[in-house]
Design a protein around this ligand. Structure first.
Ligand code: MG
Length: 354
């Protein structure tokens, strides 16, 4: 018999984190623990306000799940109903049996999907990367994000980020050229730029052309979602690849982006977990889209879950746990070159911190 508990967990940021539309000092996440046969799977939800979720809705959905779970036949024995080998993604079937009030909240489903994967991985004694057919030696380097601040403060953050070889710079301010000039003055590292939907099509073309000489690997979400034609115009006018983030949540959002963008940013909290993330990954490949794995302000629980998929993607931006001061677990680590080092313990491979 499975049982589950959930509790709020407030993540404290080391520095205020500012993007084009908002600023944050803490994240009100929810941890869920799913127990079976003496093993415990852990999941984490970060409420994704951009897609209409908040802490209350996520917490209520997970509490409802915890009350609903005991005695529910589909969840009687997770191994009975889960197989990775026969191509039937049965964790998905479990998730499909969720009450609609839970299923509607993607952050909650994402946390449950993660906890079930962790549990099943522990039951079969294998790390998730192995169950996903991923080679941990191919895990990518993660970028480290520099939030918006006055240029001297951003320069100081770049100096503090010395150990991270790849930086993602947040822009969308009206002084973006000044920001990129300031960053380039203090580092030669490869840079990614995220405008978080702040520009118009015309601004995007002008700004991207202006910053291209600084050597930008790609631009993330130049314009608001819902305008594939606008993305296409930008993509034709500039030479830097365009990756979309706010424009995509689940695989249903992908087809209109074929040819309009170079790639997509998959986040477990937007799509509802590892099952849907794997489906998006497959569809993105079919549509000729590159894949990035991103995150919100999350602890090592959710970051490690995404990291288990990272050998299968092109770019990783899995730094949420590096931005916080009170991570409750150890999980994915970084090697000296900034590459994601996946745990080889079963499941997610998390260890609680003292
Ligand atoms: Mg982004």
């Amino acid at each position: 018999m499975m049982k589950a508990t959930c509790h709020d967990y407030e993540l404290t940021l080391r520095h205020t984190f500012r993007i084009a539309r908002s600023a944050t000092d803490l994240a009100e996440n929810v941890l869920v623990l799913v127990e079976h046969g003496g093993l415990t799977g852990v999941g984490e939800a970060h409420p994704n306000d951009y897609h209409g979720e908040d802490h209350h809705r996520v917490h209520s959905a997970l509490e409802l799940f915890c009350r609903w779970l005991p005695g529910h036949p589909a969840f009687a024995d997770p191994l009975d109903s889960v197989s990775f080998e026969n191509q039937k993604p049965k964790i998905e079937n479990l998730l499909k049996s969720l009450p609609p009030e839970v299923a509607a909240i993607r952050g909650a489903v994402g946390a449950l999907d993660m906890a079930l994967h962790d549990l099943v991985g522990q039951m079969v004694g294998k790390p998730l990367w192995e169950l996903f057919g991923a080679d941990p030696a191919k895990a990518p380097v993660t970028s480290f994000t520099i939030g918006i601040a006055p240029v001297p403060v951003m320069q100081e953050k770049v100096r503090e980020a010395e150990r991270y070889p790849l930086l993602k710079i947040k822009v969308g301010t009206g002084r973006d050229l000044e920001i990129l000039e300031g960053i380039r003055a203090v580092t030669d590292k490869p840079l990614r730029v995220d405008a978080n939907a702040a520009w118009t099509v015309e601004e995007a073309i002008r700004n991207i052309r202006a910053i291209e000489p600084f050597g930008i690997e790609f631009i993330e979400q130049p314009i608001p979602p819902g305008d594939p034609g606008g993305l296409r115009r930008i993509r034709e006018a500039v030479s830097t690849p365009i990756i979309v983030d706010e424009s995509v949540a689940t695989s249903a959002d992908l087809p209109p982006l074929a040819g309009a963008a170079d790639g997509i940013n998959i986040k477990l909290m937007k799509c509802g977990g590892l099952q849907e993330a794997r489906r998006m990954l497959g569809l993105a490949r079919s549509l000729g889209l590159k894949v990035m794995l991103g995150c919100f302000v999350e602890s090592s629980v959710a970051i490690t879950a995404a990291a288990h998929l990272s050998p299968l993607v092109d770019y990783a931006d899995l730094d949420g746990h590096l931005l916080i001061a009170n991570d409750p677990y150890d999980g994915v680590a970084l090697d000296p070159a900034g590459r994601l080092l996946l745990p080889d313990r079963p499941g997610l491979g998390l260890l609680p911190r003292a």
